[in-house]
Design a protein around this ligand. Structure first.
Ligand SMILES: Cc1cc2nc3c(=O)[nH]c(=O)nc-3n(C[C@H](O)[C@H](O)[C@H](O)COP(=O)(O)OP(=O)(O)OC[C@H]3O[C@@H](n4cnc5c(N)ncnc54)[C@H](O)[C@@H]3O)c2cc1C
Length: 380
């Protein structure tokens, strides 16, 4: 039975994330967006507030495997600063690969620091010629004694500029295509031959730092290979299912954040002698958006509930990602419109949310690719 009752713990996390967003994220959110600045001290504060590592085991510094609590935290943070929220969520996608497929030594190497908020991680799959078709990644990893030599370029990697750790997927046997892809745990800042290439100048999520990772004869110890050779793409696809729930939570939070600001504004603003919300067209628009938000939230929570109860949630994650990110684009667009000229201005926040919303339809698999996944499950 699909049960949406939040536990006391989940309610507490939700409230703490809400408070954190108001007290810590809201004050500098506009400046961080303008300056494209990721503030690592905020991530540390998030860790100190007990909000990082919710979905991981206590022995790795986590809080005990509650993925629902993590989703609620991403949703709440995204209502105020979705750039920060996605940096947090992507660090969690990195940690999910490690948690699910790495050995104990590898887990202990990075998870405790990450769960404390002391370090960020990133997940590097995409390449210049391998986007939606990520299985065609061309980066190579050639075994040489007790090392692998990595060469190639990873493109559009969130957190790469500031992260300490990366999971990098490279091909150990190009003759096998995607079945030759292998995952590696890489210390980004300390590995000779690894450097940060072009840093992207983006439309939205501007304070989340996204860049290339360039590998030039980078030597990775063989014991930093994650899991088995040739299983990297499978690990990536599994972690993307989790990542899609995170992006869905980002989209939902964006929509809710913009909706709340817009609702307050149109209850105050008067034209033609009455409040904007007293025009039926405007009120109905908000009524429709509220219904859309509630429908998308149900899809997301259902996907998370299936994950939490050990069921196959791959298609549900795609449905939630599709619904919540299209919602984000629709709601933020309508809210800018409902607020008129004010909505277009930086200090009202909805213009940033409108810019941030667009990427949610693109990364973690575009929404066209989500439809492919849903259709494949439908017609298999
Ligand atoms: C800001 C940002 C952050 C990112 N962060 C990360 C990260 O941390 N790690 C990482 O590995 N990647 C990351 N990505 C990469 C992201 O996942 C890819 O951009 C995305 O998967 C799409 O790939 P592409 O940009 O190459 O588009 P393309 O694959 O070139 O697609 C172009 C268009 O064609 C459509 N299309 C492609 N194939 C099909 C098909 N078979 N059927 C129908 N339509 C199709 C797409 O939907 C899209 O509309 C990030 C991207 C951005 C922009």
């Amino acid at each position: 039975m699909f049960d949406l009752t939040l536990t006391d713990y989940q309610k507490d996390i939700q409230q703490r994330a809400r408070d954190f967003a108001q007290t810590e994220l809201l004050p500098g959110v506009i400046d961080r967006d303008v300056n494209e600045e990721f503030d690592m001290s905020l991530f540390k504060k998030l860790g100190d507030a007990g909000l990082v590592g919710l979905q991981f085991d206590k022995k790795y510094g986590g809080h005990g495997n509650d993925y629902f609590a993590f989703t609620l935290a991403v949703e709440e943070l995204s209502k105020v600063d979705s750039s920060f929220a996605i940096s947090f969520a992507i660090a969690s996608t990195f940690a999910t690969v490690i948690d699910k497929f790495a050995n104990e030594e590898q887990k202990m190497h990075c998870l405790p620091r990450l769960c404390a908020g002391d370090a960020l991680g990133c997940f590097a799959l995409t390449e210049p010629e391998a986007g939606s078709d990520a299985g065609s990644a061309q980066s190579t990893a050639v075994r040489s004694g007790d090392k692998y030599i990595l060469n190639g370029t990873k493109k559009f990697i969130t957190n790469s500029v500031v992260a300490d750790y990366a999971v990098i997927v490279a091909n150990t046997d190009p003759s096998k295509g995607s079945k030759g892809l292998t995952a590696f745990l890489v210390d980004l800042k300390e590995t000779p031959g690894i450097s940060i290439g072009h840093i992207e100048n983006k439309c939205g999520i501007r304070s989340a730092r996204v860049a290339e990772i360039v590998m030039e004869n980078a030597e990775i110890p063989a014991d930093r290979m994650v899991g088995e050779e040739g299983r990297g793409f499978k690990y990536a696809l599994t972690s993307l299912n989790y990542g899609r729930l995170g992006v869905a939570a980002q989209g939902l939070g964006l929509a809710e954040g913009a909706f709340d600001i817009c609702k307050d504004y149109i209850m105050e603003r008067k034209q033609f002698g009455r409040r904007i919300c007293d025009n039926q067209y405007m009120a109905f628009r908000m009524a429709d958006l509220q219904v859309d938000i509630e429908m998308a939230r149900l899809l997301l929570y259902k996907g998370v509930w299936k994950q939490q109860t050990g069921q196959d949630f791959a298609a549900d994650a795609s449905k939630a990602k599709l619904a919540c990110t299209n919602l984000a684009m629709k709601v933020t667009t309508e809210c800018v419109q409902s607020m008129g000229g004010k909505g277009y201005m930086r200090e009202q926040h909805v213009e940033r949310m409108f810019r941030d919303a667009k990427i949610t339809q693109i990364y973690e698999g575009t929404n066209e690719i989500q439809r492919l996944i849903i259709a494949n499950a439908l017609f298999k």
